[in-house]
Design a protein around this ligand. Structure first.
Ligand SMILES: Nc1ncnc2c1ncn2[C@@H]1O[C@H](COP(=O)(O)OP(=O)(O)OP(=O)(O)O)[C@@H](O)[C@H]1O
Ligand SMILES: CCCCCCCCCCCCC/C=C/[C@@H](O)[C@H](CO)NC(=O)CCCCC
Ligand SMILES: [Ca+2]
Length: 500
């Protein structure tokens, strides 16, 4: 049996429609003159979270009965209001291996057509084309969802456009980090065609265009946390996957110069930055997610229908409602300032992982137990250590071992965090080591220009979902379930899959 929710479409068969002769074969084997036949297209699960569109043809002697089946199935599909009928599709022809247009035309468009989905397709002509179109031009009321054909950078454009539009339409000040943002109503579908495709991989379990298209067709819905990143009262960006300073910031900065290499640029820059082994000094403060269930070192994973996300999401909205009823000013996260904790030190990497960040390079991700929609991010601090130890930590991104079980790594589940590099610290902090700081600033400038000298520069950059941030001192806040995807989270393997 197949649940109606996983049917793709139903098609009436006409003899001449079947090039492969299979419909004729059915007629012959039944040994009778079948009045008609119809084909049901449905989701079939394959290995490693992949979905395929399978079909089965039913032949029927009674034409009226056949018609009844077809119309009943169509009726059932039409009553399912979560299925999209009209989609706005953005294709980035320049991401990943530059195959996005081809992937869409060959693998996705035919499936949408079979499922009766209408589309308005825009092939982007320049960076931020999709973002700006969504911000100002797109007639969003006409659509049931937005589809992004590209990588994580393209997805980032889409969420920036949609979140911006939703807040501006409702008079919300984006530059104020304390503002509670309004969730976006349109769901987003990701057809993976980038270099990392981390957001697709971590929400579906695979980066496969057909699987993603089927999740869109059946109208899946997966809420997702979004971090807002501010510098004082200036809005910088949103992030849903990785906010990384130090190692991942440096890998990204170095790899941008090698964009022509395609996805392999990350491997080369990864090895180079590992050998460079820069560490950075600064202060990290964070607000622990005290009242949330789950920890970053749980054995349990965020999976389809996750109970942790459901519980924490409901609890946060109840708390927000209570605050509203009490007439209290919106304090953002409703936690007191006394809860903030501060850590100063020398770090090889500071990573905020709002989701696992699983991707083909790291199938478990940077924080395997992170949740997609629990209103928290996992703050991972990797302190200065030897190259050998750092390699042990990095290799654990690719193995089964606990990457946090090392004495130079710590992890905290948080609602907010701030970072200030050493050279941006307060006057009183700086007074303590003014002389040394002066010397270092001069040296760090020289070292940026001459990396071969081996000195550690004062600043790294933030890698925000694969985009470089312009500021190093940042204030990050998680907004629980701000957007929704056409996905359902990673499914537990089914019995059928195990047998396959
Ligand atoms: N027509 C275009 N020309 C040039 N750049 C574009 C165009 N459309 C979008 N972009 C930009 O291309 C960048 C990379 O795109 P995308 O995310 O699709 O691929 P990627 O970087 O290879 O993959 P990933 O982000 O998964 O590593 C994005 O920052 C996006 O803003
Ligand atoms: C000696 C070297 C050992 C290397 C160990 C492998 C570790 C791989 C971990 C990969 C984690 C990816 C996290 C995802 C980040 C995305 O938001 C971002 C945008 O696509 N991708 C990168 O920044 C691309 C970052 C790629 C880094 C390699
Ligand atoms: Ca989260």
């Amino acid at each position: 049996s197949v649940p109606v929710s996983e049917l793709v479409a139903v098609r009436e068969e006409e003899e001449e429609n079947r090039d492969d002769g299979s419909w004729k074969k059915i007629k012959e084997s039944e040994g009778q003159d079948c009045g008609q036949a119809f084909t049901v297209l449905y989701v079939e699960r394959c290995q490693r979270h992949r979905w395929r569109c399978a079909e089965v043809t039913f032949a029927c002697a009674d034409e009226a009965l056949c018609q009844l089946w077809v119309s009943s199935i169509r009726e059932q599909l039409a009553t399912n209001t979560s299925r999209p009928e009209h989609l706005l599709v953005y294709i980035n022809p320049c991401g990943g291996k530059r195959k996005a247009e081809h992937i869409y035309e060959l693998k996705v468009a035919p499936l949408f057509a079979r499922a009766g989905i209408r589309t308005h397709v825009i092939v982007t002509e320049y960076a931020n084309h999709a973002r700006d179109h969504l911000k100002t031009e797109a007639e969003l009321k006409k659509f049931d969802g937005v589809v992004c054909v590209g990588g994580d950078g393209m997805f980032s454009e889409i969420i920036h456009g949609l979140i911006w539009r939703t807040q501006i339409d409702n008079g919300i000040d984006l530059n104020c980090p304390e503002e509670t943002l309004l969730p976006c109503s349109l769901r987003i579908g990701i057809i993976p065609a980038g270099s990392t495709d981390c957001i697709c991989f971590a929400t579906v379990g695979t980066n496969d265009p057909v699987t993603s298209a089927l999740h869109i067709i059946v109208g899946d819905s997966q809420p997702l946390d979004v971090c807002s990143v501010h510098h004082n009262s200036l809005f910088l960006r949103y992030s849903v996957s990785l906010l990384g300073y130090g190692f991942y910031g440096d890998v990204l900065t170095d790899s941008e110069r090698k964009r022509w290499m395609g996805p392999a640029r990350y491997d080369l820059s990864g090895v180079k930055m590992f050998l460079t082994h820069h560490y950075y000094e600064g202060t990290v403060s964070y607000l622990p997610a005290r009242d949330a269930i789950g920890t970053p070192r749980d054995a349990a994973r965020c999976r389809s229908g996750c109970a942790v996300c459901k519980h924490n999401g409901e609890k946060l909205s109840e708390t927000a409602e209570r605050y509203k009823m009490d007439g209290a000013l919106d304090s953002g996260d409703h936690e007191s300032d006394s809860e903030w904790r501060t850590i100063r030190g020398k770090f090889l990497a500071i990573n905020g992982a709002s989701m696992s960040c699983a991707c083909p390079r790291s199938p478990k991700g940077l924080s395997p137990a992170a949740h997609l929609a629990d209103g928290t991010t996992d703050l991972i601090l990797v302190r200065k250590c030897s190259r050998f130890d750092f390699l042990r930590h990095l290799l654990r991104h690719t193995s089964k071992d606990d990457q946090f079980d090392l004495n130079f790594v710590e992890v905290h589940r948080v609602r907010r965090f701030r970072f200030t590099p050493r050279h941006c610290q307060s006057d009183s902090d700086l007074e303590l080591d003014l002389r040394e700081s002066g010397k270092r600033q001069i040296f760090s400038q020289i070292c940026r220009d001459h990396p071969a000298c081996g000195c550690t520069p004062a600043y790294s950059s933030w890698n925000c979902d694969g985009e470089i941030l312009t500021h190093t001192a940042i204030d990050v806040r998680v907004h629980c379930q701000l957007i929704k995807l056409f996905a359902r989270g990673i499914e537990e393997p089914t019995v059928f899959e195990d047998l396959a």
